[in-house]
Ligand binder design. Structure first.
Ligand code: NAD
Ligand code: ZN
Length: 246
C-alpha cells in the first residue's frame, strides 16, 4: 500500500486517535458480518431475531441464534487487525476504541480503552430486575430464568433499543477530541453509532476509512483504504514506526 504525504503528515502529528470498528474487523477471525460480501444478513434476518418482541415471542429461538454466535466467538481469536490497533497504544498518546462489536476481541487483543456501543455477548441480564448473570448459563430446562422468575437475555443492544449511555457518551467525547479517526470494517448504516463519524469530522478530525469495499460514508472520509483490515492496519503500524524513528 502506498500512503500519500497528507496521510503520513497527519499520522506523524496525531496524538489522539480513535478506532471506530464494526463487524468487518472480526471477519478475518471467522466471525460472520451482517452486511457486505459474505454477510450473514442475506441468509438469516438479524433484525427479526435481534429485537425484544422476537425474544418475547420466541425466547428459545433467539437464544439458539445467540448460542450459535457465542460458540463461534469463543472459538475465535483476535486477528492481525485487532493486534495492530492494540499496538498503536505504544505509538500514540491516546488510543480509544469505539466498537459496535459484541465479541470482546479488542480487549482480548490488549486494547485498554474500549467503549462498547452495542453491549457484549459474554454478559447476560434479567429482563425484569436487571440482575447480571455472566457465568455459563444452564439451558437444560429451557430458557434460563432469574431468581425473580424473569427471563435472562444477552447483554447486547437490539434493534430499536437505546445504546448504553455511558459507553456512547465516552465514545462520542473521544471522537470529537481526536486528531485522527479510523472507521474500520463497518457499513456505517446503523445509527446512532454511525453518527460518530460525522461528529468527529465536524469537530475537525481527519477521517480514514479501512474497508474491503466502498460504503455509505466513503465520500465523507478524507481517505479510504480498500482492503482487508488485517492487512492494512499492520502496514499502518509499520509506517508509524518508520516515521517515529526519523
Ligand atoms: P456490517 O455487517 O453492517 O458491515 C461489515 C462491514 O465490514 C462491511 O462494510 C464490509 O464491507 C466490511 N468488511 C468485511 N470484511 C472486512 C475485512 N476483512 N476488512 C475490512 N472490512 C471488512 O457491520 P456493522 O457496521 O458493524 O453493523 C452490524 C451490527 O451488527 C453492529 O452493530 C454489530 O453490533 C453487530 N455485529 C457484530 C459482530 C461481532 O461482534 N463480531 C458480528 C456481526 C454483527
Ligand atoms: Zn430477575
Amino acid at each position: 500500500m502506498n500512503f500519500n504525504q497528507t496521510f503520513l503528515n497527519k499520522l506523524s502529528e496525531a496524538k489522539k486517535i480513535v478506532f471506530f470498528t464494526g463487524a468487518g474487523i472480526s471477519a478475518e477471525s471467522g466471525i460472520p458480518t451482517f452486511r457486505g460480501k459474505d454477510g450473514i444478513w442475506n441468509k438469516l434476518k438479524p433484525e427479526e431475531l435481534a429485537n425484544f418482541n422476537a425474544f418475547m415471542r420466541n425466547p428459545q429461538m433467539v437464544w439458539e441464534w445467540y448460542n450459535h454466535r457465542k460458540k463461534i466467538i469463543h472459538e475465535a481469536k483476535p486477528n492481525a487487525g485487532h493486534i495492530a490497533i492494540s499496538e498503536m497504544q505504544n505509538l500514540f498518546d491516546e488510543v480509544t476504541v469505539v466498537t459496535q462489536n459484541i465479541d470482546n476481541l479488542h480487549r482480548r487483543a490488549g486494547s485498554k480503552n474500549v467503549f462498547e456501543l452495542h453491549g457484549n455477548i459474554e454478559r447476560n441480564y434479567c429482563i425484569d430486575c436487571r440482575t447480571f448473570y455472566n457465568e455459563e448459563l444452564d439451558f437444560s430446562s429451557g430458557v434460563p430464568k432469574c431468581k425473580c422468575g424473569g427471563l435472562i437475555r444477552p447483554d447486547v443492544v437490539w434493534f430499536g433499543e437505546y445504546l448504553p449511555q455511558d459507553q456512547f457518551s465516552g465514545g462520542e467525547k473521544a471522537s470529537v477530541l481526536s486528531d485522527m479517526f479510523f472507521v474500520v470494517g463497518t457499513s456505517a448504516v446503523v445509527y446512532p453509532a454511525a453518527g460518530l463519524v460525522y461528529a468527529a469530522k465536524q469537530a475537525g478530525s481527519y477521517i480514514v476509512e479501512v474497508n474491503i469495499e466502498e460504503t455509505e460514508i466513503s465520500s465523507s472520509c478524507d481517505e479510504s483504504f480498500f482492503g482487508e483490515a488485517g492487512k492494512i492496519l499492520p502496514e499502518i503500524v509499520n509506517q508509524i514506526k518508520k516515521l517515529k524513528l526519523r
